[in-house]
Design a protein around this ligand. Structure first.
Ligand code: R5P
Length: 310
């Protein structure tokens, strides 16, 4: 069996350390240099030759810097004769750029997938892509995990006798339904239209939320525009209480403080992105055990999907 070698970029060192601890392997050092002309250089400071190499980098702010760092780490591993290079990308930010919905716009999700492969990435391990078709943007194998298991385990500790799961949009309704099934709950969905990065409209909620304890489930919370719009509709329709859950807690523009100051009972996310602030209403669930288990299974040639189906 080839030796495993795990390197982490600078986007989320805590998560890399946690994954390595679960895998019981050392975290290999990476030297990052910035030249006077602002170019980056990466040196992997541990032998990669014939190793099964994993480079961990979440594409979070500063996304472009972190992306180039990841590309350089993959290139360095390939150039150092790694047997296989796997990119572990807990949050693939460019997944939001997944369709041509305006004239002459770029489709970053596809371009970045190609860049990763060009850089030497042989396979990708990622979590809750913004839309399922992004999986198909990659010309190499992708193990696409979700965090429904972790989120469901958290909510099983709550009184769910009057609860309903609500997806803010129809696009995420399938995942919300899978989450609701895990909890034995009904599901509802918002009819959402996004006008711009900062403006969404939810015209109606399809399903019954009156008098219910709502669990809102989304893939990510960025500025919180979606959740705030949904909260308005839920209040209008007489929801009794609202908890909010997502995989990627990005919380741009102070969204966490704003959301915590609202009447939501709790906010739950994972640590796929590093969090700069804490709040008593916020619970952060770790995806490190799931990512470590997936890495271990990939390394050993075992099924990954069977692990995350239940
Ligand atoms: C959009 O389709 C996604 O599922 C999320 O609802 C969205 O990315 C969240 O962004 P924001 O919090 O800025 O509305």
């Amino acid at each position: 069996m080839r030796e495993i070698a795990v390197f982490g970029g600078s986007s989320h060192p805590e998560l890399t350390a946690e994954i390595c601890a679960h895998l019981q392997v050392p975290q290999r050092p990476v030297l990052l240099k910035r030249f006077a002309n602002d170019c980056l250089e990466v040196q992997l400071q541990s032998n990669c030759r014939e190793r099964d190499v994993y480079v961990i980098q979440s594409l979070v702010r500063p996304v472009q810097e972190n992306l180039v760092e990841l590309l350089l780490m993959a290139d360095a591993a390939r150039g150092a004769s790694a047997a296989r290079v796997s990119a572990v990308i807990p949050h693939y930010a460019y997944a939001r750029s997944d369709k041509k919905d305006a004239p002459r716009i770029s489709i970053g999700g596809r371009l970045v997938a190609d860049l990763l492969v060009t850089a030497g990435v042989d396979r990708v391990l990622t979590l809750n892509l913004h839309s399922p078709q992004v999986h198909g943007f990659f010309s190499v194998p992708v193990d696409h995990l979700h965090a429904l298991r972790e989120l469901a385990a958290h909510f099983r500790q709550r009184d769910l006798s009057n609860a309903v799961v609500v997806s803010p949009d129809l696009g995420y309704a399938k995942s919300a339904a899978a989450f609701a099934r895990r909890l034995g709950l009904p599901v509802a969905a918002g009819a959402k239209e996004r006008m711009s990065d900062t403006e969404v409209r939810i015209a109606a909620i399809i399903g019954d939320v009156a008098g219910r304890d709502v669990i809102v489930l989304d893939d990510e919370i960025s500025r919180g525009t979606t959740v705030f719009e949904l909260l308005d509709r839920l209040r209008e329709q007489g929801a009794r209480s609202v908890a909010v859950a997502c995989t990627h807690g990005l919380f741009a523009d102070n969204a966490l403080d704003k959301l915590a100051a609202s009447d939501v009972t709790e906010i739950v996310c994972t640590n796929s992105a590093p969090l700069e602030t804490e709040h008593s209403k916020l619970t952060v669930l770790s995806v490190a055990p799931a990512l470590a288990e997936a890495i271990s299974r990939i390394h050993n040639g075992e099924s990954v999907s069977s692990l995350f189906d239940h």
